[in-house]
Ligand binder design. Sequence first.
Ligand code: ADP
Ligand code: G3P
Length: 573
Amino acid sequence: MEDEGDMPVKDGAKRPLIGVIDDGTKTVRFVIYEAERSEELAAYQLDKTEVQPQEGWWEQDPHEILHHIRMCAEQAIGQLTELGYSKEDVVTLGITNQRETTIAWDKFTGEPLHPAIGWNDIRTDSTVDAILAKVPDRNKNYLKSICGLPISPYFSALKMRWLKDNVKAVRRASREKRLLFGTVDSWIIWNLTGGPQGGLHITDVTNASRTLLMNLETLNWDPMLCRLFGIHRDTLPQIRSSSEVYGSVNDGTILDGISISGILGNQQSALVGQNCLLAGQAKNTYRSGCFLLYNTGTRRVQSTHGLLTTVAYKLGPNSPAVYALEGSIAVAGGAMKFLRDNLKLIKDIPKDTEHIAGQVFSTGDVYFVPAFSGLYAPYWRKDARGIICGLTSFTTKNHIIRAALEAVCFQTRDILEAMHKDCGMPLTKLHVDGKMTSNDLLMQLQSDLIGMPVLRAHSWDMSALGVAVVAGAGANVWSYERWRRHATAADTFLPTATDDDRDARYTKWKMAVQRSLGWATTKKSITMTASAPDLRLRRLPAVTEDNFEFCSVDEGQKKNDTSFLLRYQPLCT
Ligand SMILES: Nc1ncnc2c1ncn2[C@@H]1O[C@H](COP(=O)(O)OP(=O)(O)O)[C@@H](O)[C@H]1O
Ligand SMILES: O=P(O)(O)OC[C@H](O)CO
């Protein structure tokens, strides 16, 4: 199909370029595409500093995000000159970002009032409990019919509520009407378009649909939800479509003057980049987490099996919203980092995970449930914690590494099973992307464990490509039809396991998941909070439940509370 206004470009003439800001959990990238040929011309990326001030807390520096964007843009644009292009050839920008991560800032000074609270941060556990206490039967799915999401620490409204409850500067800014909230796209755009000097406080429907505050039908902030979470409408950004010219960069840096015409949450962006624009198409992106999105067209499918209903995209102010069912997995690539950084089992993630895990033919019946901060879809259990089970004297690190790879595949199967139940129609193939997909062993295991072909994209970064297309269309320099001619999978992995084998292993995985549930109680671990001098214990020969005694305990702690007692090492001085 030939699209209207599809201007042929004469040979030798320069073609318009599209810049993409891709802010991920771990990295910031700037990518430049040549629209006509869907070609990635230049790219640069920088790692972010991860800050974990307490167990389960994940923070990012909002200033670092802006700094990295500008540095990456300079480097990528620098590469253009070697290719005979210049900055002026970059005609528009798209922004794709980690979703849910939340920032509060001062609209007059532009200063963040707290570090960004990451999507995977679970500090809001007790905030969740306080909100659940306000809804009938403490039902975590009570709001799903309005916003498509369960009440979980994952989503932005809980992080906003926590900031208001716990950070004085946020409360003061709120009282003095200086407070602005936003997901990372809002923070970036506000700063790029002028900050305190007239910066645009906007977001798109896909990011807004991850806050717990947007009504999926009206595509606007829902008054009842804002009231429930105590978030004032004036502190929230205006919700726009994913593809339109919002404004231009006005920050005196390298990107100055370029228009911004596309915004998509990074998982929705990968759905577009994978050309899953028809109802019934799905993709899975393997990054720090793993996110499977199933396009349901203009229908909002209500999941009864633990999936989210989310906005997939809205390709212009007058286009209808397209929705998706999403299965979100909190830890995928993150488990590989855990093996490298915490357990020191590997050094080089891509090389070692494939090579070392490939030295054994199976996990030796070892199962690894990486529920480091609870389990997301389809379980939504914040009380789950990671386990490695089935260890024997035969187990080696090879089995554990392989079990970590298989965990990604089993979690994907959990999502596919739920999608099948919700939609009635099983998927027959799975499009995949994300850095982890360069791992051939992982791809083969994935195909074996779900029993369907796995189609790997020609480039791992479909998130950047997706928003490039959307921004190009928004600025009228690219069209979906033209781009589709280039959208093909690079290779396909076919299942080699039998149905019996696949199902037996999946049954065992479900047993492992059961064992991970309920591990974290809501009770605070005082090993984390009490300081040592508060606890003077009598010298004892050995600690048992029978002979352990406190000399001094915090008020409210019962002497016979053995769960408390057993967390302590006695001070045998
Ligand atoms: N070839 C590979 N095999 C296994 N894991 C990988 C491979 N390449 C990257 N990973 C893991 O995938 C994740 C990649 O995430 P990345 O896309 O860089 O980050 P982000 O989550 O910020 O988007 C990292 O956590 C890394 O551990
Ligand atoms: O940056 P990623 O790839 O870890 O993506 C994070 C997701 O958007 C969280 O919902």
